[in-house]
Design a protein around this ligand. Sequence first.
Ligand SMILES: [Zn+2]
Length: 198
Amino acid sequence: MKQAYDFADQYQDWMQARMDALPQPVSFQHGVALSLNGQEITLNLKLDLTRKNTSISLKNNELIVLSNKHDPSVRIMRWLKTYAKDVLQKKSQEKALSISKNIEKVSVRDTKSRWGSCSSDKTLSYSWRLIFAPPEALDYVVAHEVAHLKHLNHSKAFWNLCRELSDDFINGQFWMRNHGHELMKYGAIKEPLKRLVE
Ligand SMILES: [Zn+2]
């Protein structure tokens, strides 16, 4: 048996092919609106030079960032990756449990060529950027990778299971294939933070 295997998925090919046609980048600046797994939130960034570290908390649809850094975007990205991992891990475990399969590990990365992967040692990897996708699209990618725990191919049985495990297979797959590349627009802050804490 192979140590590991790769899947060349259609939605991943799409992403690569459309990298050139990226929409306007979204930087993690004050006032920017983001959708986290369908929850609309606004970034509330405050510069506080007396602070020793950066604090980030999600309260009432606001991501409140108190930082001594003029550009806390790296911290915000780290927070979002952890948030994404929690969501993806929970959803993966739920779906795996429903088909009596075990997951060894769930990891998130900033993958450029694929949204998700499933290795033969039962490790699922996802792009943290899926957190910005509509819930049905994130759900579809999770269903896809969890279905690979049972079927190590893209057979008819695989697609039937993927459909079964998806909340909304049609719309989720459609979104990933046609809009998935847009997830690459989320990135670093462009201008230094000048807004002082009130
Ligand atoms: Zn696949």
